[in-house]
Design a protein. Structure first.
Length: 88
């Protein structure tokens, strides 16, 4: 009996973004390797290029979809209604 898995483009894209964030965090954008991102995301280069135009596009997506929401949740949202951000 063969076990099949459901392909989920959203899941694949998120795994790529998460792997790219880790890679860029560890090695910087310039030192980041698409091969290591592919390995960590357990996908193919074809999948990376299906979702992103290239490394630069992937880098922008990491900032927009991974870093920015985390920054917003950790810093911007808690201070949005603050009357004294320094104390808060």
């Amino acid at each position: 009996m063969r076990v099949t898995t459901n392909r989920s483009p959203e899941n694949t894209r998120q795994r790529i973004l998460d792997a790219a964030f880790d890679e860029f965090y560890k090695n910087g954008f310039q030192g980041g390797s698409l091969n290591r991102i592919v390995d960590e995301a357990r996908t193919t280069k074809g999948a990376v290029f299906h979702h992103f135009k290239g490394k630069k596009d992937l880098g922008y997506a990491v900032v927009r979809e991974v870093i920015n929401p985390d920054f917003k949740q950790q810093w911007s949202d808690p201070l949005a209604n603050s009357t004294d951000p320094i104390t808060d």
